[in-house]
Design a protein around this ligand. Structure first.
Ligand code: ADE
Ligand code: ZN
Length: 319
């Protein structure tokens, strides 16, 4: 039986497997610039975050209807459950869809149709986290929060993703303040490609409770000490870091050093259809490449529940 775990850093659009992309393209009459699913998969050679994002946003053109979003979540939950995921906090990127004329209502209602049955069908509890694209203007994030108001009963928190360098957290102070006033939880990607100072800003300016990635904190000893002292969870994604060239090979990943430094680490899959594995695969890979033993893998799994937005009773049940 796989170790029960929670997944806290998962972009639902990043679970779009090539085969499903082609099936949805066929259903929606969308032409993809690849001969078939294999040809698409062979294009997954990225040199950095931006080269991945270009393909990731491009492939989203196949997602058009509520059915498409529901099918996408079903496919993810089935795979995740098979790898021991008991709870998933799922990111989605509304602006990537509204920019193509797909309404936020279509996206949220479609996602929710699958999520509403996730416990019963897959034994997985779920939360939705709406991400703002940091390479878009701050006003667009505010408009997105406004457009999401009819759906806030389905949304637990807000996050910040997309191209990081040159887009500091402070650009989004107003929308994070507004989200907090609405009772939404807050997380943000920081220190994936951006500098350690972005991690500090995400904490101090945006008031986030978790840092997504946070990898580059290792360049700043004082920041590491603070993150450890304050038990700030980091949602690391080791396979993503290799594929997007933040580290050369998994054997070089600082996860083991981060754990030894007392950081509250979790491991997650980020965009598993693109990066070569779901979260169970990721646990297996860090065991093999970094020599993490059973006790460390159990610590990562325990942290994933502790760092989740489940309340204490829900957390105990999920574990
Ligand atoms: N959107 C999807 N995956 C992402 C990542 N790893 N970093 C930033 N934005 C993303
Ligand atoms: Zn991410």
């Amino acid at each position: 039986m796989p170790l029960p775990k929670a997944e806290l850093h998962l972009h639902i659009e990043g679970t779009l497997e090539p085969e499903l992309a082609f099936a949805l393209a066929g259903r929606n009459g969308v032409e993809l610039p690849f001969a078939d699913a294999d040809a698409l998969r062979h294009a997954y050679l990225f040199k950095d975050l931006q080269s991945f994002l270009d393909l990731y946003y491009g492939l989203m053109t196949v997602l058009r209807t509520e059915d498409d979003f529901a099918d996408l979540v079903d496919a993810y939950l089935e795979r995740a459950a098979a790898q021991g995921v008991r709870h998933a906090e799922i990111f989605f990127d509304p602006q990537a869809h509204t920019a193509r004329g797909v309404t936020i209502g279509t996206v949220v209602e479609g996602l929710a149709r699958s999520l509403d049955r996730a416990e019963e069908r897959y034994g997985v509890s779920t939360r939705l986290i709406m991400c703002f694209l940091r390479d878009q203007p701050a006003g667009s994030a505010l408009a997105t929060l406004e457009a999401a108001k009819p759906y806030l009963h389905r949304i637990t928190g807000v996050g910040l993703d997309s191209a990081e360098a040159g887009h500091p957290p402070s650009k989004f102070r107003a929308v994070y303040d507004a989200a907090a006033a609405l009772g939404l939880r807050r997380v943000a990607h920081a220190g994936e490609e951006g500098p350690p100072a972005y991690i500090t800003e995400a904490l101090d300016v945006l008031g986030v409770e978790r840092i997504d990635h946070g990898l580059r904190c290792m360049e700043d000893a004082e920041l590491v000490a603070r993150l450890a002292r304050e038990r700030i969870p980091l949602t690391l994604c080791p396979l993503s870091n290799v594929r997007l060239r933040a580290v050369d090979v998994l054997e070089d990943h600082p996860l083991a050093r981060m754990m030894a430094a007392g950081l509250m680490c979790t491991v997650n899959s980020d965009d598993p259809a693109y990066f070569g594995g779901y979260v169970g695969d990721t646990f297996h890979a860090v065991h093999e490449a970094l020599g993490l033993g059973d006790e460390q893998l159990r610590e990562l799994a325990r942290n994933s529940f502790l760092a989740s937005f489940l309340d204490d009773d829900e957390e105990r049940r999920a574990r």
